[in-house]
Design a protein around this ligand. Structure first.
Ligand SMILES: *Cc1c(COP(=O)(O)O)cnc(C)c1O
Length: 387
C-alpha cells in the first residue's frame, strides 16, 4: 500500500449523531459510572425498539449470553445446543457454566444452525430416553434471521429454553408467517445483543438482554450488578457478576439507537449495490436472503466457489486485497476444529467447513460510498482473474 492507495475498512463505527452531546452530559453531571439516567433510558428505548417487555444492559454480548444461560438454569453437565459456525462467544459461555455444547452444523439456505438437525436430535433423544438439552443458543449470524419458527413448539413442549444470540442481527425482522414484523432476539425466552465496536450500533463495548419474563429481567439486573441486596451492609444472597454497563457507554448507546433505522437503510443499500456489482461474476455468490426474512445486512459476505479458489484460502485473499487497500476478512473457523471444542457432540455434516473455505466479508461500514464499493469489487475481480 502507498499513500495514493485508498484504505477501505471492513467496518467502522459511525458516530455522527448525538454521541458527543450525551457523553458531555455525563461528564457535566458527574454520572459516568454505573449509576445514571442513560442506562435506564437505553434499556427502555431498546426494549421498545425490539418489541420486548424488558431489557437489561450489560458489559458485553458475551456477558449477556452468560447471564442468559444462568437464567435458563444451565449448570454443570447440562447440554446446550449451539452453532459450530459463529463467533466463538456464542459458545464459550456454555463452558463458563461447565455445561456441554452440542455443536450444530449450518444449513446452506441461511448459514445459520439447521433447524432440521435440532428437531431430529430432540426427537431421537425423546424416543431413546436420553437427556434433553436444557437450552439452545440460536445465533442469527451476519444479520440474517435464523429459522426459529419450527423450533418454538417442540422446545416449549420439552421445556428447552431458546436463547437468541442476536449480536449480529439487531434490526433484522421476520417478513412472513407467524412472526411477521417481529425482531430477532425478541421471540425466544431470552435474547442477547452486542454493542462491540464492530456491531451495527456500538457503545465501545456492551450488550443487552431482553425478555418478556419479569422474573428473568429482575434476576438479570441483580446478577449483572453483583447480586447486591438493597441494604447498606453489603449483603448478597447469591454469586453475581460485575457485568454492568456504564452510564458513559449507555449514553453512546442511546445516541446510536436513534440512528439505527438510518443505519439499516444504508446497510440494505450497500448490500443491493454489491449484489448488483457482483451479479455477473460466475462462481461468486452473495450472502443468503430468504423470502421470509428481512436481514440487517450487518456485514456483506460472499462465497467464492472452491472451483475457482482451488487451494487459495480466504486468508490469502484477504492479504492480497489488503495490499490494494481493501480490508476483507474470512468467516469463522468452525468451532469443532478448535482444540477446546474438537471432542464435543456434533450434529450434521460439514457445511460450516465449506462456508469457512469459501466465505469472505467485504467492506460494509455504514458510511462506505458507492465508489469505494466499486473499488472493492474491482480489486476482487482482479484478484479472481489472477488466481
Ligand atoms: C460479537 C458477538 C458476540 C459477543 O459480543 P461481545 O459484545 O463482543 O462480547 C456473541 N455472539 C456473536 C454471534 C457475536 O458476533
Amino acid at each position: 500500500m502507498n499513500n495514493s492507495t485508498p484504505f477501505i475498512p471492513l467496518s467502522e463505527p459511525c458516530l455522527n449523531g448525538k454521541e458527543k452531546e450525551y457523553i458531555l452530559q455525563c461528564i457535566d453531571t458527574n454520572f459516568i459510572s454505573s449509576i445514571g439516567p442513560f442506562v435506564t433510558r437505553f434499556e427502555e428505548e431498546f426494549a421498545k425498539y425490539v418489541g420486548s417487555q424488558y431489557a437489561v444492559a450489560c458489559a458485553s454480548g458475551t456477558a449477556a449470553l452468560h447471564i442468559a444461560l444462568i437464567l435458563a438454569g444451565v449448570s454443570e453437565n447440562d447440554l446446550v445446543m449451539a452453532p459450530t459456525f459463529s463467533f466463538i462467544a456464542s459458545v464459550n459461555p456454555i463452558m463458563y457454566q461447565k455445561a456441554t455444547p452440542i455443536l450444530v452444523d449450518s444449513e446452506p439456505k441461511t448459514w445459520n444452525m439447521d433447524p432440521e438437525l435440532i428437531i431430529g436430535e430432540i426427537r431421537q433423544r425423546v424416543k431413546t430416553g436420553k437427556t434433553l438439552p436444557k437450552a439452545i443458543i440460536l445465533a442469527h449470524i451476519l444479520g440474517h434471521p435464523a429459522n426459529i419458527e419450527p423450533l418454538i413448539d417442540i422446545c416449549l413442549k420439552h421445556n428447552i429454553t431458546i436463547i437468541e444470540d442476536a449480536a449480529e442481527a439487531l434490526g433484522a425482522t421476520y417478513s412472513k408467517g407467524r412472526f411477521q414484523n417481529k425482531h430477532v432476539g425478541a421471540i425466544g425466552e431470552i435474547g442477547c445483543y452486542s454493542f462491540n465496536g464492530n456491531k451495527i450500533i456500538s457503545t465501545g463495548g456492551g450488550g443487552m438482554i431482553v425478555t418478556n419474563n419479569p422474573a428473568f429481567a429482575k434476576r438479570a439486573k441483580s446478577l449483572t450488578t453483583q447480586a447486591k441486596e438493597n441494604r447498606l451492609d453489603y449483603w448478597h444472597n447469591e454469586i453475581g457478576y460485575n457485568y454492568r454497563l456504564t452510564n458513559l457507554a449507555a449514553a453512546l448507546g442511546v445516541a446510536q439507537l436513534e440512528q439505527l433505522p438510518n443505519f439499516l437503510v444504508k446497510k440494505r443499500r450497500i448490500a443491493e449495490n454489491y449484489n448488483e456489482a457482483l451479479s455477473h461474476l460466475e462462481y461468486v455468490y452473495p450472502l443468503p436472503h430468504e423470502a421470509w426474512a428481512n436481514p440487517s445486512f450487518w456485514l456483506y459476505c460472499i462465497r467464492i466457489s472452491s472451483k475457482i479458489l482451488q487451494d487459495t484460502t480466504p486468508v490469502q485473499i484477504s492479504e492480497i486485497l489488503l495490499k490494494h487497500g481493501v480490508q476483507t476478512r474470512p468467516l469463522w473457523t468452525p468451532l469443532h476444529l478448535m482444540p477446546m471444542y474438537k471432542n464435543m457432540i456434533r450434529l450434521g455434516g460439514s457445511h460450516s467447513e465449506s462456508l469457512f473455505r469459501e466465505g469472505l466479508t467485504l467492506p460494509t461500514s455504514v458510511n462506505i460510498t458507492k465508489e469505494e464499493q466499486n473499488i472493492a469489487v474491482k480489486s476482487l475481480m482482479n484478484m479472481i482473474e489472477n488466481l
